[in-house]
Design a protein around this ligand. Structure first.
Ligand SMILES: [Zn+2]
Length: 175
């Protein structure tokens, strides 16, 4: 990030940078109703259809006590939903306070809680008291009940079209 920042002196590039931030902070992005998921290239990777059961999703945490509007505490609270990835810039700036917006990696096989209960100590007597934090999912993808993959429903599952062939043949490629 630092390296890129130093390469952005002109107004045009600043606009491009802002546009890129809009793309990163917006979303999720769909193509023909299917979520677009970026994945780093690895050696041996092929262009076959991947099964995705984890997907980054923006969640809104409502009724969050003010003292938890820090990046660390937001991550801790959001971990009740999924693996926290990052918080929305406006959330960490505290310029909009009706809800905290956090991006989490959601395991779609886990339960999707409608609310979390955060136990926090009261200043006066340090007694732990529960606070209910409502969770709103900005978008949830379709999920296939047949193959447990994301992005399609059971009627459109590619597993339905699979034809069973004979045993696989091993082929060696020269280095
Ligand atoms: Zn399926």
């Amino acid at each position: 990030m630092d390296r890129l920042d130093r390469k952005l002196p002109s107004e045009t590039n600043r606009t491009k940078w802002a546009a890129m931030e809009d793309v990163i902070e917006g979303g999720p992005w769909l193509f023909q109703g299917q979520p677009i998921v970026l994945q780093c290239w690895e050696q041996g990777m092929s262009l076959q259809h991947q099964k995705h059961t984890q997907i980054p999703i923006w969640v809104r945490l409502k009724h969050l006590p003010m003292e938890y509007w820090t990046e660390d505490d937001l991550s801790t609270v959001a971990s009740g939903v999924g693996t926290p990835l990052y918080t929305y810039k406006i959330t960490t700036d505290c310029s909009r306070l009706d809800y905290a917006r956090v991006c989490v990696m959601l395991d779609y096989n886990s339960t999707l809680p409608k609310y979390l209960v955060v136990m926090h100590p009261m200043l006066r007597d340090r007694k732990e008291v529960p606070t209910r934090i409502d969770v709103e999912y900005e978008w949830l993808p379709q999920r296939c009940k047949q193959c447990c993959s994301l992005g399609h429903i059971a009627q459109a599952c590619p597993e339905n079209k699979k034809v069973h062939h004979g045993a696989p043949v091993m082929v060696f490629v020269k280095k």
